[in-house]
Design a protein around this ligand. Structure first.
Ligand code: SF4
Length: 299
C-alpha cells in the first residue's frame, strides 16, 4: 500500500506540540523535492520559536529551491546550517549520483547559499568504500571550481547503513580497514564557526574511541532528548536504529504522547542496555556530545 506523507495540517499539529524544540535537522529523501517545502519551513519556525540549530541537508540539485529554504529560515531570524552533498570529484560524484551535471548543480547551490549573509553553508561528503580513493581529487577539484574555497567549507561524514533513512541496509560500503584514512580526511576540515570547530574536535575524539572500542563512548540521546520522524509520521529512536516506536497518526500527531507510549519506553530502555546497532554518525553524535556537556555543567 502506498504510504501517505504527512500533509501540512499534520506537520502543523506535530510542531504545535514542540514549542521548546531547540534543534531540528530537516532531511530527506530530499527536502527540496517537496512542493510545499517553503511553507513547511515557515510553519515549523512559526511554531517552534526556540529553535537555535536549524540544519538542512540537501543534494543541491534544485539550487533555487534550496536558496529559498535558507532565506525562509533567515527571515524567521534563525541562522540555518545548510549541508550540500558532494560525493567525490565531478566524474565520481555524477556516477554515484546517477546524474550527469549533479556535481555542478551542487556547487551552484553552495555558491548561492554561501552568498547569504546570515547562513552557514557547507559542502558535505559522505566517505565510503565507493569514494575514499578519490578524496584527494575532490579537494583539488573544489579548489579549482569554488572561488576562494577553504577546507572549512567542507564537511566529511562517514557512511552508515540505515533501512528507514537511507534504505541502504544491504549496501556494503562502510569504511572498515580504510578507517584510518577516513579519519585523516575527517580531521582535515575542522574550521568555520567556533561551535562547528568545537563539535568537530569532540566528534573526532569520540571517533578514535569508537574505532578502538567498537561502540560509542558517550550516552546516546536517542529517545532521551531526540528522535527521528520520517515523512509518513513514523517515529524512530534515530536515523540509524531501524526500530519504529510509534505512528504519530495513532496519537493525533501529539509527539509528547507518542514519546511516552509503551513502545518508546521499552525501546529507550533497550538502547540504554546496548541493544541498538551503535553508531558515531555526526547527526547522532553531536546531540550526544552536547548532552554530555550539559550533564557535566549541571552535575
Ligand atoms: S547509538 Fe546510534 S544507533 Fe544506537 S540508538 Fe543511539 S543514535 Fe541510534
Amino acid at each position: 500500500m502506498l504510504r501517505q506523507e504527512m500533509d501540512l495540517a499534520a506537520i502543523e499539529r506535530t510542531f504545535r506540540g514542540l514549542k521548546n524544540l531547540s534543534w531540528l535537522d530537516l532531511t530527506g529523501g530530499e527536502v527540496t523535492l517537496r512542493e510545499e517545502a517553503a511553507e513547511i519551513v515557515q510553519m515549523i519556525l512559526r511554531q517552534a520559536k526556540k529553535i537555535c540549530i536549524f540544519h538542512l541537508s540537501t543534494n543541491g540539485q534544485l539550487p533555487e529551491k534550496a536558496l529559498l529554504l535558507a532565506r525562509e529560515a533567515v527571515r524567521h531570524r534563525v541562522v540555518p546550517v545548510i549541508n550540500i552533498s558532494v560525493d567525490g570529484p565531478e566524474e565520481v560524484n555524477d556516477r554515484l549520483r546517477g546524474k550527469k551535471g549533479a556535481y555542478r548543480l551542487s556547487l551552484e547551490a553552495f555558491r548561492k547559499i554561501k552568498g547569504l549573509k546570515k547562513a552557514h553553508c557547507y559542502l558535505s561528503c559522505t566517505i565510503s568504500k565507493l569514494n575514499i580513493a578519490h578524496l584527494d581529487a575532490l579537494l583539488l577539484e573544489l579548489k579549482r571550481d569554488v572561488p576562494g574555497f577553504d577546507l572549512a567549507d567542507l564537511h566529511f561524514n562517514l557512511f552508515h547503513n540505515s533501512g528507514h533513512y537511507y534504505q541502504n541496509q544491504d549496501v556494503d560500503a562502510a569504511c572498515g580497514s580504510e578507517a584510518p584514512v577516513a579519519q585523516k580526511y575527517l580531521s582535515l576540515c575542522q574550521g568555520g564557526n567556533p561551535v562547528k570547530i568545537w563539535l568537530e574536535k569532540a566528534y573526532m575524539k569520540g571517533l578514535a574511541r569508537y574505532y578502538q572500542k567498537g561502540k560509542a563512548v558517550l550516552k546516546c540521546q536517542a529517545l532521551s532528548s531526540s528522535c527521528f520522524i520520517d515523512p509518513y509520521g513514523t517515529v524512530y529512536p534515530c536515523s540509524i536504529y531501524d526500530k519504529p516506536v510509534a505512528e504519530l497518526r495513532d496519537y493525533d500527531f501529539d509527539v509528547r504522547a507518542a514519546w511516552n507510549g509503551s513502545a518508546s519506553i521499552s525501546v529507550r530502555k533497550s538502547i540504554e542496555q546496548g541493544a541498538c546497532p551503535g553508531c558515531w554518525s555526526p547527526c547522532e553524535a553531536y546531540p550526544a556530545i552536547l548532552g554530555d556537556m550539559a550533564k557535566a555543567a549541571f552535575s
